[in-house]
Design a protein around this ligand. Sequence first.
Ligand code: NDP
Ligand code: 2IT
Length: 445
Amino acid sequence: MGYIDNIIGLIEKRDSGQPEFLQAAKEVLDSLRIIVDKDSVYEKAGLLERLVEPERAIVFRVPWVDDSGKVQVNRGFRVQYNSAIGPYKGGIRFHPSVNLSIIKFLGFEQTFKNSLTGLPMGGGKGGSDFDPKGKSDNEVMRFCQSFMTELYRHIGPDTDVPAGDIGVGGREVGFMYGQYKRIVNRFEGVLTGKGIGWGGSLARTEATGYGLVYIVDEYLKTKSDGFKGKKVAISGSGNVAIFAAQKAMELGATVISVSDSNGYIYHKEGINLDTVKDIKLINRERLTKYAEKHKDAVYTDIGKGRVWDIPCDIALPCATQNELLLDDAKKMVENGCKIVGEGANMPTTLDATEVLLSKGVAFFPGKAANAGGVATSGLEMSQNSARLSWSFEEVDSKLKGIMAGIFRSMNDAANEYGKSGNFVIGANIAGFKKVARAMLDQGVI
Ligand code: NDP
Ligand code: 2IT
């Protein structure tokens, strides 16, 4: 048994109850065989043992009072995974499914993603099993205030800088920032995704979705092709899905689907994004409303079909982990899908990824493809430090440059290790190298 297999054995034993973490870690470890087996320096330094173990994992009680006066208690998490190349950086997720396995997988992925951006950010992630759905604004505010009343002591602009993720957008970041400022009595860049008038960066809201389309476009350019005329299937209808759809449409594609956790919309003539924004961003409603408004669109309930059944040229999973399964991948290949770009974190299962790669589908893993969000968070941190605000065009053009840089890094790494076109291996190796170098330089810590 080699070093990598020993580490896989170690985490399988120690973290046996954490399937999402094991999935994310195994994918990365598997990719590293080519580099780690060639050089004993990693094993001598116990580098992988350290890499799979978070520097710190904080679990805390979040008590709050609902509108009926009843005391509610949720569980809060912050996993500070790796600070080798910068302060911990990564989003906060509010969703009933949140547990330590999910936050660990996200923090682990974030470490390599942040490294790929080329910016000085370590990896972290946090969240709670709190469900914002159906809660009043006041309930969400009280929850966010309680969450921050514990979290504030663990974070700081040079220590750990959280942001949004599923269930955490501008509203929640605002409530958390207000409470942080009130406790520490400092106005500082401790969160990203802030409002534009109080330290936020233009283009941060759009950045993840735009970045996803930019990186796929970068690849298409190498084939003298582009989004124009392409049919794009998207899952999800939140922050990432909406702005991926917006940019794909701007570049001339027809976006034919969106989804939420209850079902999906197939709109052959092209999704009306204003309707989706109204439903999801403004009224916080369900997608069933979309079909009421657009009679030529078809709504399919989750139990009755899969968004990936729709024939498309490009698929962009932008909802959540493990939403693109083995049978979906087979169906997509059968239907002629040529490109899959992960807007979500780990939306594709390992067996589905294998099918896509083996059938020659160009597959862009989340840690590269959705890095535009955190990269622009990095730009928000820079603007906060410099006490400056850049224009939308300035941030957007930096984002484009960063996504092109990520494409080059993963493409070059794949070529260098004889795995041309395998962007999973390319992204994992390119992300790993910088973190590993920093960890080696900094000694056994
Ligand atoms: P949002 O909360 O804005 O939207 C999430 C979307 O995904 C909603 O449409 C939601 O449907 C759907 N969804 C969530 N959970 C499930 C589930 N269990 N099954 C089916 N659908 C689900 O989140 P974001 O758009 O910000 O995040 C989407 C993905 O992108 C996540 O994987 C996140 O980690 C990743 N990501 C986000 C970044 C960001 O900057 N926001 C950056 C990089 C990655 P419903 O309304 O029914 O819950
Ligand atoms: O998964 C992610 O990269 C995010 N949710 C964004 C993190 C950030 O710090 O902007």
